[in-house]
Structures are given as C-alpha cells and as structure tokens.
Design a protein. Structure first.
Length: 214
C-alpha cells in the first residue's frame, strides 16, 4: 500500500510545526527560569548581581536601609550589577532588596539581610558630662583688731608744738593782766588829786572873802 505524497507533506508540516512550537516554548521558558538575583551584604557595602533576566520586559530593583532609600527604584534589562556603600553605623542595619520582574510576579524577589558593624570602625565618642561648678565660698571678713590704734597728734597739739614759745614778761614790767590798768594810771590819779586840791583852795578863798566883807 503506497501513501500519497500529500499525506507525507502534511505529516512533515505537522512535525515541523511541533518542533518549532516546542523550541519556542523552551526558548521562552529558558530566560524566565534563569533569573538569578544574587546579592551580598557586608559591614560597609551592598553588592548586587542580577543576571539572566528577560530583556524584552522592564525589570525594577530597589534597596533600602532601615526603611530609607539606599538605591531608589531603578529599571534594568537582562542584568544589573552594582556595588553601593553603606552609611557609617555603630549598630547593625537591616538591608532590604526588592526586585520586580516584568515577566511574572513569581520571578520577583523581596529579601532582607543584616549589615553588621565593622570591627575597625571606632565607636562614636560620648560627649563629656558638664561639670557642675560649685559656688566659691564666701570670703571671711577680717575681724576688727582688739588693740586700740596709737593716738595721733591733734592739730592743736601739732600747732602748739611747732609754734615758738611766747615771750615771758620781765620782772620789772607791771603785771597788766592782773591789775587790769595801764602804766598811765598813777599819772592820771595824781592829776585828779591836784585838781581836787586846787578846787578846794579856790572854794576856801571864796568863803574867806565873803566873810571879810561881812
């Protein structure tokens, strides 16, 4: 029994279509199954190595540290390779990687790792505590001296000590301070006596003349 050529051709066409379809399925599934989100975290940096992604779609990667953006959302194609320095820290940090694959949510990644403290990083110095300054003690007042100060010479004494001594009167001069009279007092007294005597003589002469007339 012979098979017509048309049947052979139809069978060949179907076989070729099946091979092409199978190959396309494998090629399409190959890149999708090969998504490799490799990343590492050390005490001072984050290394990203995203390879074998589908470059026919838009993929996105984001890195945060303790909720703050270290790498804002960035798009990439078939692969992404980058190293990012971490900020200085004195305690462990939580680093989060989010990868959104454009060809299916099943190929996306949301992972977190911890960045330890570097051993050679010196700890932050603690500020010194302010020292309290105590108020200075109240200075003690000087006690008054119990011994009396040496008396100083009064102006009158000083003047009297420096002034020349008063001249003393000679014994022959009259003591005017005791009698209260001047040196002319005896002369005036004598003149008064003479006046009285002269007046008495005049009166005696007048009386005698009157008596003789009678």
């Amino acid at each position: 029994m012979t098979i017509p050529r048309r049947s052979w051709r139809a069978a060949g066409t179907l076989a070729a279509a099946a091979v092409v379809g199978l190959t396309g399925t494998v090629l399409t599934a190959g890149p999708a199954a090969a998504h490799t989100p490799t990343w590492a975290v050390t005490c001072n940096e984050v290394s990203l190595h995203l390879t074998a992604y589908n470059d026919r779609v838009t993929n996105q990667v984001t890195v945060t540290v303790d909720g703050k953006d270290l790498l804002p959302a960035e798009t990439f194609g078939r692969g992404f390779d980058k190293t990012i320095a971490l900020p200085e820290h004195d305690k462990a940090l939580t680093v989060r990687l989010v990868v959104k694959a454009g060809d299916g949510e099943q190929f996306s990644r949301d992972e977190s790792k911890e960045a330890p403290v570097c051993q050679d990083t010196p700890p932050k110095p603690t500020p010194p505590k302010p020292t309290e300054t105590k108020p200075s003690e109240t200075p003690t007042t000087a006690k008054p001296s119990t011994s009396a100060p040496a008396p100083t010479a009064t102006p009158s004494e000083t003047a009297s000590s420096s002034a020349p001594a008063a001249a003393t009167p000679s014994p022959s001069s009259p003591d005017l301070a005791e009698t209260g009279s001047s040196s002319a007092t005896p002369i005036i007294g004598g003149a008064a006596v003479a006046v009285l005597l002269a007046g008495g003589g005049i009166m005696w002469s007048v009386r005698k003349r009157r008596t003789a007339q009678h």
